[in-house]
Design a protein around this ligand. Structure first.
Ligand code: TRP
Length: 339
C-alpha cells in the first residue's frame, strides 16, 4: 500500500467540459480519495502558474469555482489532505529561484510546452520559460513521490527528477526526495491511454472546450435539458448496432463511454446491456437522460458549496502545508549556504 505523499495540481479553468470532468477531474479525485486514507495528499492550485497566460481579473472567481468542482466531484478533505493555493506559500517562489540556479538553459529550452508557446518569440514572457522549475518546486517542497498528471506534463516530471538528483549530488546528501519515474506514475494512475471523451459532432476528435460548435461539447454549466438535446443530436452511423468499436463506430462508442463513466460501471457491462439493440433512438434517449440527471445533481452539489467553506478549507490547508514547505526550504537554504 502506498504511503508516500501524493501531490495533485488543480488547474484553474474557467469552464470544464464533460470530457474534462470524466477524463481528468473525476479520476484524479478518486485516486486522491483512495490513497489519502493511508498517505498524505496535497491538493493545490498552481495560481502562480495561472498568471503566465491569463491576467484578466477572473482568477479569484475561477479558482473558487475549480475547487468547488473538485469538492462536488467527491474530493474528501480529511486530516491527511492539505488543500492550498501556491501563491499563499512563499516557499514555492523562493525554492524556484534556488532551483533556477541548478537548471541549465539547454534542458529548460527543450521542454515541449515552452517550445510550443514561447520559443523564438521575443515577446514571450520569462514565466513561460521558468514554468517547469516552479512546478519542480511545487513537488520537491513536499517530498511528493506520486504526482498524477497528464502525459503532456511527463517531461516536466522528468526534469523535476533530474534537478533533484543534481541538487542532491552537488550537496552530497539527499535533501530532496525524487518523485518516481513517469512509467511508474502511469502505473500508479492506473490508466493505459487515459479516457478520451469525443466531440459529439465529430467523434474522431476529442471533446474540447475551445470548439466553436456548441453542439459538439457539453459544459458542466450547461442547462441539463439543453445537454440532453446535444446528446440526441450527436453524430452516429448506420451500422445499426450498439457496440463498442471506436474505429468503425466512434459516435456510438463515445456515447457508451459517457454512459459507463457517469454510472461508474465497466464499459463492457454497459455495452453488453445494449447488445442486440438496432435502434439508436432508444439508446440515445438513455444516454441523454443519464447526462441530464448527472448535470442536475452535480450543479446542485456545486451550488451548495459556499465561498466561505472553500476559503476556510484553503486557509486550513495553507497552515499545514506552510509548515512542511518552510522546513524543507530552510534545509535547502542551509545546504546552499544562505543560512
Ligand atoms: N503544470 C500542471 C498542468 O498544467 C499544473 C501543475 C503545476 C502541477 N504545478 C504542478 C501538477 C505540480 C502537478 C504537480 O497540469
Amino acid at each position: 500500500m502506498v504511503k508516500e505523499t501524493i501531490l495533485t495540481g488543480i488547474r484553474v479553468n474557467g469552464e470544464l467540459t464533460l470530457g474534462n470532468y470524466l477524463g481528468a477531474l473525476l479520476p484524479m479525485v478518486r485516486l486522491t480519495n483512495k490513497y489519502s486514507a493511508y498517505a498524505k495528499a496535497n491538493v493545490f492550485v498552481p495560481d502562480l502558474h495561472a498568471i503566465i497566460t491569463d491576467i484578466d481579473g477572473s482568477l479569484k472567481a475561477n479558482l473558487l469555482k475549480s475547487i468547488k468542482y473538485y469538492l462536488a466531484a467527491g474530493l474528501v478533505i480529511t486530516p491527511n489532505v492539505s488543500i492550498y493555493r501556491q501563491s499563499y506559500i512563499p516557499a514555492h517562489s523562493e525554492l524556484t529561484w534556488i532551483l533556477n540556479c541548478f537548471a541549465n538553459m539547454g534542458e529548460v529550452s527543450r521542454m515541449i510546452q515552452y517550445k510550443e508557446k514561447g520559443d523564438g518569440k521575443d515577446s514571450a514572457n520569462v514565466g513561460i520559460f521558468d514554468y517547469p522549475i516552479l512546478m519542480a518546486a511545487d513537488i520537491l517542497l513536499y517530498d511528493a513521490v506520486y504526482v498524477p498528471v497528464g502525459k503532456d506534463q511527463f517531461q516536466h516530471l522528468e526534469l523535476t527528477r533530474n534537478l533533484a538528483e543534481r541538487f542532491n549530488h552537488r550537496i552530497g546528501r539527499d535533501v530532496f526526495t525524487l518523485p518516481v519515474a513517469t512509467a511508474e506514475q502511469a502505473k500508479f494512475m492506473g490508466v493505459k491511454d487515459g479516457i478520451c471523451i469525443r466531440d459529439l459532432q465529430n467523434p474522431e476528435k476529442k471533446m474540447s472546450k475551445s470548439t466553436a460548435a456548441e453542439n459538439s461539447k457539453i459544459m458542466l454549466s450547461d442547462a441539463p435539458e439543453a445537454a440532453a438535446k446535444k446528446i440526441m443530436s450527436a453524430t452516429t452511423d448506420n451500422v445499426s448496432k450498439v457496440q463498442f468499436d471506436m474505429f468503425n463506430q466512434p459516435g456510438i462508442s463515445n456515447l457508451l463511454q459517457i454512459l459507463a463513466f457517469i454510472r461508474n460501471q465497466p464499459l463492457s457491462e454497459v455495452a453488453a446491456g445494449w447488445a442486440g439493440v438496432t435502434q439508436y433512438g432508444e439508446f440515445k434517449t438513455a444516454v441523454a437522460e443519464e447526462v441530464k440527471g448527472f448535470l442536475i445533481d452535480f450543479q446542485a452539489r456545486v451550488a451548495e458549496i459556499s465561498d466561505e467553506e472553500v476559503l476556510s478549507a484553503l486557509e486550513n490547508g495553507e497552515k499545514k502545508a506552510s509548515k512542511v514547505a518552510e522546513t524543507k526550504l530552510y534545509e535547502v537554504q542551509r545546504a546552499v549556504g544562505l543560512r
